[in-house]
Design a protein around this ligand. Structure first.
Ligand SMILES: [Fe+2]
Length: 219
């Protein structure tokens, strides 16, 4: 009946996955784990319940993390190029390490006041190797018919597998969560936020011109 049927993914929501080469991530992760461990020792005991250790958020200003900061900056530049953003002047506004013991999970959240956010995985293993992304169209679950198979058109949550050396980048508004650490080891990752460095001065400025207004006080 139809000569052709096409589907157009308007307003797609992307997650960018960057996998480092083993010869890069193996020594990097070894160093990161050692540095994070030593530089946060002695860590305060975690209160009972669902708690991770999170470091301060200025790791991108500390020399020991220069290689990872460079990798994050390079990947963010690639993302901006791919989505063809004109103003590519940006900074990392926060960067911190997460150490999550077995049993710990992270509820759904966003990273406000930033453009891109991401996570680099230094130590993840089976049972602690995923991040979930949640349907951003909040009314989408009001009509929720039974499906024949879950796929990208009908799922409200998408789980992305992660592994050591993987850097995941997503829009900061994209709601995400981390399931319970079902492994018997610490899950160690480094999160970051990125924002345009001259947001108010440049990007917020109107993109159109109106009729000129004569200044009464002009000479
Ligand atoms: Fe997050």
């Amino acid at each position: 009946m139809f000569e052709r049927v096409t589907v157009h993914p308007f307003f797609p929501t992307y997650v960018w996955v960057h996998d480092l080469k083993p010869e890069i991530y193996q020594p990097l992760n070894q160093r990161l784990l050692k540095d994070i461990d030593e530089m946060t020792a002695p860590r305060p005991p975690l209160p009972p319940g669902n708690h991770s250790w999170q470091t301060e958020q200025r790791l991108h200003e500390i020399e020991e993390f220069d290689q990872l900061t460079g990798i994050i900056n390079g990947a963010c530049k690639g993302v901006l190029d791919q989505i063809e953003i004109a103003n590519d002047s940006f900074i990392i506004t926060g960067c911190w390490a997460n150490m999550s013991p077995p049993g710990v999970f992270h509820i759904a959240h966003t990273h406000p006041n930033n453009f891109l956010s991401g996570v680099y995985y230094a130590q993840v293993q089976e049972g602690a190797d995923s991040i979930s992304f949640h349907e951003p169209r909040t009314q989408q679950d009001i009509i929720s018919p039974t499906t024949t198979r879950l796929n990208k058109y009908n799922s409200l949550v998408h789980q992305l597998k992660v592994k050591p050396g993987r850097l995941v980048i997503f829009p900061s508004w994209f709601v995400h969560s981390v399931g319970r650490n079902e492994s018997d080891r610490l899950r160690v990752s480094v999160s970051f936020n990125m924002m345009f460095s001259s947001y108010a001065e440049k990007i917020s400025q109107p993109k159109w011109s109106g009729i000129p207004v004569r200044r009464r006080s002009s000479p």
